[in-house]
Design a protein. Structure first.
Length: 313
């Protein structure tokens, strides 16, 4: 197909331009592939969201409807008071406060300590940097369940804490206290690895120019390099907050009182010897999941970009 258009460089003289259009069959195939891809993504999205939808529908059912046969797909009566009953049955405000405190402290500590470690491994050359990085990578491969008992014994026999003597005997150490909940996860090897990957891609020339201008190493890290990895900061912040908020096994092991329980452990109050109150359990689970759903919905674009950038580097 040939179109005649005016040449802006030479007024009054037309320019003959040949425009080649894709055949109709090729456009149809591309359109069909896009439709099929959209249907596939829609099915996958529904499969991924189905457990959350079922959790919510169970939270608003009555007890009689839960054990009816067959149970209807949609509740006949929406029991919104299940959420209020769940709040009255267990001190969820205390559980949520503890979980939020743990998540917030771990977020800030991982951002600060993890970024400093990642910066040192990526930009500072010192003797032993490679073995240290290898050790951090190796520690990422050890599952938490393999070290939970030694870690518990360290917390239990912490010297001069909880009535223990200098040798860690005679008391309970850090058991059922804030240090036991906060200290073991102040920095994660995985977050150090993420920060190191982000800092590797930053221009070293900026550091050299700052050193010539007389800036010290901490100022270079805080004022020049750290602002360049904002997607990485947000990625680590979301991951750290999620891990702190959803932490279950470790708080279950090191806490014994209601005042120190977290929201994931507190959900077990609805499981009793006589049976499990599934509607109240799902109501509490829904309330526990809402903060993370909101955070990921707001920051999902930056989170995905940060993870993709880390993989590319």
């Amino acid at each position: 197909m040939t179109d005649v258009v005016k040449d802006p460089a030479v007024p009054g003289i037309p320019e003959v331009r040949t425009v080649t259009k894709a055949p109709r069959s090729a456009r149809s195939r591309r359109r069909s592939r896009r439709v099929l891809l959209g249907i596939l993504l829609l099915v996958i999205s529904f499969v991924m969201a189905a457990p959350f939808l079922w959790m919510f529908l169970t939270a608003v059912r009555s007890t009689q409807e839960l054990f009816s046969t067959p149970m209807p797909m949609w509740p006949n009566e929406w029991q919104w008071e299940n959420f209020r009953t769940a709040l009255e049955r267990a001190p969820f405000l205390i559980y949520a406060r503890n979980s939020f405190t743990i998540a917030l402290v771990h977020t800030f500590s991982n951002l600060l300590l993890g970024s400093m470690c990642g910066y040192a491994l990526a930009k500072m050359r010192f003797r032993g940097s490679t073995p240290v990085f290898v050790f951090i990578l190796a520690s990422m491969m050890i599952p938490f369940y393999a070290i939970v008992i030694p870690e518990f014994l360290m917390v239990r026999h912490m010297p001069l804490a909880g009535g223990n003597d200098l040798f860690g005997q005679g008391g309970i150490g850090w058991i059922d206290s804030w240090p036991a909940l906060l200290v073991p996860a102040l920095v994660s090897p995985f977050n150090i690895f993420l920060f190191r990957q982000f800092f590797v891609s930053t221009p070293t020339e900026l550091m050299e120019a700052a050193r010539i201008d007389g800036a010290n190493e901490f100022r270079i890290y805080a004022r020049i390099m750290a602002p360049l990895i904002k997607p990485g900061m947000l990625t680590v912040a979301l991951l750290s907050f999620e891990q702190g908020w959803n932490n279950f096994l470790w708080p279950l092991i090191v806490t014994t009182s209601t005042e120190m329980r977290v929201i994931q452990v507190g959900l077990s109050v609805f499981r009793q010897e006589a049976g499990t109150e599934f509607n109240l359990l799902m109501a509490g689970t829904t309330m526990a999941a809402v903060p993370m759903i909101i955070l990921f919905a707001i920051f999902q674009r930056s989170f995905v970009n940060g993870m993709v950038a880390t993989g590319i580097k």
